[in-house]
Design a protein around this ligand. Structure first.
Ligand SMILES: *[C@@H]1O[C@H](CO)[C@@H](O)[C@H](O)[C@H]1NC(C)=O
Ligand SMILES: *[C@@H]1O[C@H](CO)[C@@H](O)[C@H](O)[C@H]1NC(C)=O
Ligand SMILES: *[C@@H]1O[C@H](CO)[C@@H](O)[C@H](O)[C@H]1NC(C)=O
Ligand SMILES: [Zn+2]
Length: 299
């Protein structure tokens, strides 16, 4: 009996302890977002993320088309990991997706993707649109190939985050089956699971990737480096309530990771652009058009 307890609890304690090394920030109390700036000064910067995108303030712009490369290819092997702050997917085998065009200067390559969620379906996304939160937000983090993955995280223009909001659908999204199965295998901090034939990034993201908001911001976790070109897609990924709920069941140190979104930050002197996909001048009509497109795409 005691031996049984030891074999069950000791590995858990060890894993929790190992995870403890990178647990110097959290989402509550003394470790919560308002305290991040005490250890990580960049979190007090003026160009932080996430933000509340107000469609009446966005500037219309006609960017060159985004070019998605290898997004349609199968990820032959992915590694899903619970790092105590989120669930991260890395590609172990398979072509690394790349992106260029749009607001980007250069070619960016896939580093990892991860998720942010909330305690219930009314909260969870980091970026908001017109004060509205969404239940889950996926961040596909890509680095500028001119710098490489580590250096890119320290240089302005080094990273882009392709950000996808979710909406609640009555049916399970089958494209998320592998990921959902994987969630059950990474319940503890620092646990990981290799997943074969994961599917494609195309299948995890949205169908319409022409309409998006874009702005210059930061990582939404410490060290909050202001190196990110954000691309926030308008079209949402449909997931069922049960699929979203599964994210809340994973553990962090000291309990369930029920929420891991940073509150919105001031926009200050920044501009948020909306890629309309059509040439236009900025008029009230085009602003209304943004709102209309947003409503249409998501209903
Ligand atoms: C969702 O969670 C927030 C934060 O805990 C809480 O204030 C709110 O009442 C909850 N909403 C519902 C519908 O449960
Ligand atoms: C995955 O977890 C195992 C322990 O279960 C560990 O030995 C291995 O280093 C981890 N792999 C990665 C890539 O972190
Ligand atoms: C993407 O999803 C479709 C429909 O669910 C499926 O037929 C296709 O095999 C998937 N692609 C990959 C690469 O997994
Ligand atoms: Zn993120």
């Amino acid at each position: 009996m005691i031996l049984d307890l030891v074999t069950k609890i000791v590995p858990f304690l060890i894993l929790t302890y190992i995870g403890g090394n990178c647990q110097d920030f959290g989402y509550d109390g003394d470790e919560g977002p308002v305290h991040w700036g005490e250890k990580y000064s960049q979190c007090l910067g003026k160009h932080q993320s996430p933000i509340d995108i107000e469609t009446s303030n966005v500037l219309m712009k006609n960017f060159p088309p985004l070019k998605f490369e290898h997004f349609q290819h199968e990820v032959h092997e992915g590694l899903l990991e619970n790092n105590g702050h989120t669930v991260i997917l890395k590609i172990i085998r398979g072509k690394r997706p790349r992106i260029q065009g749009g607001p980007l200067k250069g070619i960016y390559e896939f580093s990892q993707l991860h998720f942010h969620w909330g305690p219930n379906d009314t909260l969870g996304s980091e970026n908001k649109i017109n004060h509205q939160s969404f239940p889950l937000e996926m961040h596909v983090v890509m680095h500028n190939i001119a710098y490489g993955p580590h250096k890119a995280a320290k240089i302005y223009g080094g990273l882009t985050v392709l950000s996808f909001l979710t909406s609640i659908s009555p049916n399970d999204n089958k494209n998320y089956d592998k990921l959902e199965e994987g969630l059950l295998e990474v319940q503890f901090v620092s646990s990981n699971k290799s997943i074969r034939n994961f599917g494609s990034l195309d299948n995890l993201t949205t169908v319409d990737r022409k309409h998006y908001f874009t702005y210059e911001g930061s990582l939404t976790t410490p060290p909050c480096s202001e190196v990110v070109t954000w691309i926030e897609f308008v079209n949402t990924v449909p997931l069922s309530k049960e699929q979203i709920k599964a994210f809340r069941s994973i553990s962090t140190t000291g309990g369930r990771l029920t929420h891991n979104f940073r509150p919105v930050q001031p926009i200050n002197d920044r501009f948020v652009y909306y890629n309309s996909g059509i040439s236009h001048s900025k008029t009230t009509i085009t602003v209304l058009y943004v709102i209309l497109v947003f409503l249409l795409i998501n209903t």
